[in-house]
Design a protein around this ligand. Sequence first.
Ligand code: FES
Length: 145
Amino acid sequence: MATSNESRRGFLKGLLATASAGLVAMIAYPVLRFISPPSVPEAATSQVLAGTVQELEGSGWKIFAFGSAPGILIRLDSGEYKAFSALCTHLDCTVQYRPEERRFWCPCHNGFFDFNGINVAGPPPKPLTAFVVNVQDNDIFVSRS
Ligand code: FES
């Protein structure tokens, strides 16, 4: 039979264990939420105004925002426009365009893509994702399909 002291000690141990578990949960939960944030679905951006004809007359290329990701728009010597996802297919660095070489270059690991977005040198395992370009007057629109 448990004495009054043993019963009180058991109660206090249980109370202390419950309070400790609550304290650990109060600390651990925000830390775990910070470490693995909930997945937020990306807004389905299907078309964006990527730039204007005048903008591309200078450098011949520009980076634009396609939803939350970067896209890259280029103007070829022929006057044709092309657009791709600017995320390198190796480790998602942002590629740049080198008009004099007519190639995209990824500065992270020296990866190269030709002006059609095809991976031609370095570690990128596959081509850049191509977008559809539509020119309306002075505006250049880019869409996924
Ligand atoms: S991230 Fe582009 S080559 Fe590695």
